[in-house]
Write a protein that binds this ligand. Sequence first.
Ligand code: NDP
Ligand code: PYC
Length: 338
Amino acid sequence: MTGAPAHVVLALDEVFALSRKVLLRHGASGAHADAIARVITQGQRDECHSHGIYRLLVCARSLRSGKVDPRAEPTLRDIAPGVLAVDAHYGFSLLAFETGLPVLAQKARGQGIAAMAINRCFHFSALWPEAEAIAAQGLVGLAMNPSHSWVAPAGGTRGVFGTNPLAFAWPREGTLPFVFDFATSAIARGDIELHAREGKPIPPHWALDGQGQPTTDARAALAGAMQTFGGHKGSALSAMIELLAGVLIGDLTSMESQAFDQGAGASPCHGELVIAIDPRRFGGGEAAQARAERLFGAITAQGARLPSQRRFEARERSERDGVKVPRALYDDVLKLLD
Ligand code: NDP
Ligand code: PYC
């Protein structure tokens, strides 16, 4: 007996239109709905499943919590020749990023390097779309942010750090940039949530249960504490992100963001630090691009892959064939329109 197909296939413009409709239905302004729908479509397109269509459920929950201002208009503040702050005014982060990017790029070109602090934003998205947007301007990009204190420090058992992503992009001539973007936890929390939704076990190094023991049960992991990647190394990087994208920019750490949520279950509210570097203004000179290409060539020549290669292949496939969305997830998203 054949049942309903396990997946639905959507064209990218259908993903965008559906996302936009859900967001508008939950009160987002047109500008926020556009900025969010663009990034959710990019996530699904690149098969970044933890940050694709699934995020519509998270955004809707955040909007229903009443914590997010769905119509907030970001404002810019010029802090120094190389420093810009964008106040999201408790709206989602993506419109704030889009608003600040042209000024950040202009400052980076003028100064060689510039930093943008995004403050008071609700944050749910992957960072590679932002790193790629910086690289598309011919600039090197770095982005990082805290989240909620779900992650235990190496050697500990209780949450202190967020899943704290770190993204980097290096522009390349005539081809897609070199990009990596990873949580400093062993895996993004969104992936554990997807395992929990689908009733699938997780690898034991991802998280500890409530008794501080490694667990393969996704629900026990969500109730316990996640682990950092690479033990003490991920732990130190995660602490750095709390300091740079929390304390330094005058915004919340992951522990403070968790407290701010007061159990509402909204996306974390905190800041983000974005850095742009103009490679033409440093000492690498004309040879820099060719030398970078030699480095990438030495990686791929031995059969290793560059980070983002999987995503870029997925992108090509999705642009051609559309994206596959699990039927249960699609149905849950449609329910958001009821
Ligand atoms: P992954 O572990 O899936 O991937 C991390 C990076 O490593 C990617 O750039 C990936 O490229 C690359 N990579 C994976 N395998 C290899 C390999 N064999 N060789 C070379 N490179 C490889 O990501 P995470 O689960 O850590 O994070 C997923 C997303 O979650 C990120 O986009 C992040 O921004 C987001 N996130 C957002 C948070 C927030 O607060 N907003 C919090 C935490 C995470 P590829 O994609 O091509 O596989
Ligand atoms: O997947 O860890 C995660 C995450 C946190 C906030 C947004 N995504």
